[in-house]
Design a protein around this ligand. Structure first.
Ligand code: PEP
Ligand code: MN
Length: 339
């Protein structure tokens, strides 16, 4: 159920609806919007009786939600969510660029890449301290030492840090050193991790699972939101198909598909989405052209020596060129995607 308040409803009227929802044993999710506040109700196993709300002061209507998700949907919030990370944002008018290495390998490596990322005007730096590797013998990341390097980069360059947490304990650590918690493709349906992310005060970057449908991906975001964390960015990073010419198939049609259903910002990862250096820039351009709110891109100062994902890493100069190209495309299409 979704309670839509009248445009002029007062805070006290919203509070009293919230109180009644809580007295019924449910959880209330008030979402203030540009023209009205809507209040989502979760925690009910059976349908909620609309008559509890219909005659309350300030209530416009009580709507039964037929879709499997409630909080992430445009029914609850018709305007786009802008995820704010300090003075930076994802989902606003500016194209968000998150760039950096797949993994933090050393202080020198991370700083030389961060320098280029800062120079490009991007506001976010990515880099894994904990890596979900297919082989247990592959480089697993520097762990907490990697997080300390990331925190130093934040301090030095003012870049916001986006880094992956593999488990609940990882979230505790990223909360200490980072700005945005990445939940990787392999963890998209790790429900206990999603619930823990929902209790975090940091925004969550939720990657699409390797074989996830659009509904499964959105329901994973709903898990996070149902715990009270509304700051979520979706990330299309490609899915497994029969194609052999790419590492994954970057499903750019998911961008307008998400847009039609959800108020959440959605970005594109052309690095994991293709796995090949020469494809990253063309697919980054396409991602922005199709209306993505941003990009997450892997960059390395010496791709040939990278400890993970070297084949898809852009060189610093390729990255610089990508940024100027995608900014130009964003300028052209922005009026169509804002609002
Ligand atoms: C990554 O961003 O380096 C990563 C492991 O991504 P994904 O979860 O999309 O594979
Ligand atoms: Mn990677």
């Amino acid at each position: 159920m979704l309670i839509v308040m009248k445009p002029g409803a007062t805070d006290a009227e919203v509070d009293s609806v919230v109180r009644i929802i809580e007295e019924l044993g449910y959880k209330a999710h008030p979402m203030p919007g540009a023209t009205r506040t809507a209040i989502g109700i979760t925690g009910n196993q059976t349908s909620v009786d609309a008559s509890h709300f219909e005659n309350l002061a300030g209530v416009a209507e009580a709507i039964r939600v037929s879709k499997p998700y409630k909080l992430i949907s445009l029914d609850l919030r018709p305007e786009k969510t802008v995820v704010r990370v300090g003075d930076a944002a994802i989902g606003g008018e500016e194209l968000a660029i998150i760039a950096g290495p797949c993994a933090i390998e050393s202080r020198a490596q991370a700083f030389s890449i961060a320098e280029a990322v800062r120079r490009s005007g991007a506001r976010f730096f990515r880099g894994g301290a904990y890596k979900p590797r297919t082989s247990p013998y592959a480089f697993q990341g520097l762990g907490e030492e990697g997080l300390r390097i990331l925190a130093e980069i934040r301090e030095t360059y003012g870049l916001k840090i986006v880094t992956e947490a593999l488990d609940e304990n990882g979230i505790d650590l990223v909360e200490r050193y980072g700005d945005v918690i990445q939940i990787g493709a392999r963890n998209m349906q790790n429900f206990s991790l999603l619930r823990r992310a929902g209790k975090s005060s940091l925004p969550i970057l939720l990657k699409r699972g390797l074989s996830a449908t659009l509904d499964e991906w959105l329901l994973a975001a709903e898990y996070i939101m149902s715990e009270g964390n509304y700051q979520i960015v979706l990330c299309e990073r490609g899915i497994r198909t029969f194609a052999q010419h790419t590492r994954n198939t970057l499903d750019l049609a998911s961008i307008p598909a998400v847009r039609r259903l959800s108020h959440l910002p959605v970005i594109v990862d052309p690095s994991h989405g293709t796995g090949k250096n020469y494809m990253v820039t063309p697919l980054a351009r396409a991602g922005v052209a199709v209306g993505a709110d941003g990009l997450i891109v892997e960059v390395h100062d010496q791709p040939e020596h990278a400890l993970s994902d070297g084949a898809q890493a852009l060189t610093l100069s390729q990255y610089e060129e990508l940024v100027s190209e995608v900014r130009a495309i964003h300028e052209v299409i922005m009026p169509a995607t804002v609002g």
